[in-house]
Design a protein around this ligand. Structure first.
Ligand SMILES: [Cu+2]
Length: 330
């Protein structure tokens, strides 16, 4: 909404959802203000109009009116429904990343934000992003609950230890925008701030090229070797773990007959607490990597696992799912 673009008390509207959020906000604000004023005015008006005029004046029974009762019940109902339906639409738009969103990682800790670009570049408290590109932030915390808040984008999301939460946005204009921690997280919470630099795609590419990618951070593929995952998960006969392939969005069959989607939370748990869910047909012999991998390493590992496509050994029956081949090995 153009008219709300440059209100002095409001941050700029710099994302695709900002206008929608503001329109809904101002609508509810307007409705609330209108009815508050109306009720206050009527209160005064009736207080004067029906003031007791003499000592011997007594109240008379009220006349009730059905049409009036229905009118003032139905109007608020309709207004609430408008707010509800509109609110759901905006909520869904804000919560659902478009399918072409590019994934960035964020890790919060007392008291800083660590970001990682798809190319592996890392930054602290600064986040450089291209304008016009939907970006999905997958986030977690190393310690307590934090919350990412970018007012100009009208988005906010809690960041929790031991879990992944996500957030998405698409910047509509270049500029520098505030990033705050919006969840009180300890002594220096107020200094847990950062800057989002929205850049034209060309400028972003130039910025990326000018930095050493993935400084000192092993990629998921390197970690997979360093942590010896490949000694069990491998495409030959000495494999002791399942073949890792088609993990992204795929279903996994578990011991006990359950099956579930291999989402980020499942992959995370498979590494930190492998005993929690056992892949059908396998023994629970995978060690826990709790305490051996940092949150950022975990994110890199998970990103790698989603792409990895190990092949089953050629001599095993190719059509048999990996789980069943391992049963034979006992
Ligand atoms: Cu914080």
């Amino acid at each position: 909404m153009e008219i709300f673009k440059n209100l002095p008390l409001f941050p700029e509207q710099a994302s695709t959802v900002a206008g929608q959020v503001d329109a809904l906000f101002f609508f509810t604000l307007f409705i609330s203000a209108f009815f508050s004023l109306l009720i206050a005015a009527l209160l005064l008006f009736f207080a004067v109009k029906y003031k007791r005029k003499s000592e011997d004046q007594y109240g008379i029974p009220e006349k009730t009116s059905m049409p009036l009762e229905i009118t003032w019940s139905v109007i608020p109902l309709l207004i609430s429904l408008v707010i509800f339906v509109w609110g759901v639409q905006v909520f869904v738009a804000v919560r659902t990343p478009p399918s072409d969103a590019v994934e960035y990682f964020a890790v919060g800790k007392q008291w800083m934000w660590k970001f990682q670009h798809p190319a592996g570049n890392r930054e602290i408290n600064d986040l450089h992003i291209p304008v016009g590109q939907p970006i999905k932030l997958t986030m977690t915390s190393e310690d307590v609950i934090h919350s990412v808040f970018i007012p100009a984008f009208r988005i906010k999301q809690d960041v929790l230890p031991g879990r992944y939460t996500t957030l998405w946005f698409e910047a509509t204009q270049p500029g520098e925008f505030h990033l705050f921690c919006a969840e009180y997280c300890g002594a220096e919470h107020s200094r847990m701030v950062g800057t989002v630099y929205a850049m034209l795609p060309g400028d972003y590419e130039a910025w990326l090229a000018g930095r050493k990618p993935g400084e000192a951070m092993a990629t998921g593929e390197e970690l997979f070797k360093q942590l010896a995952c490949h000694t069990c998960h491998r495409g030959d006969d000495s494999a002791r773990g399942p073949i890792l392939a088609d993990l992204e969005g795929g279903q996994v069959a578990l011991e006990g007959g359950r099956s579930l989607e291999r989402d980020d939370a499942y992959l995370r748990e498979s590494i930190l607490n492998p005993q929690a869910k056992i892949v059908r047909g396998f023994d629970p012999l995978m060690p826990s990597y709790q305490g051996q991998v940092s949150e950022e390493q975990l994110m890199n590992l998970i990103r790698y696992l989603k792409k990895i496509n190990q092949k089953a050994p050629a001599n095993a029956a190719a059509a048999v799912p990996s789980g069943d081949t391992a049963v034979d090995k006992g």
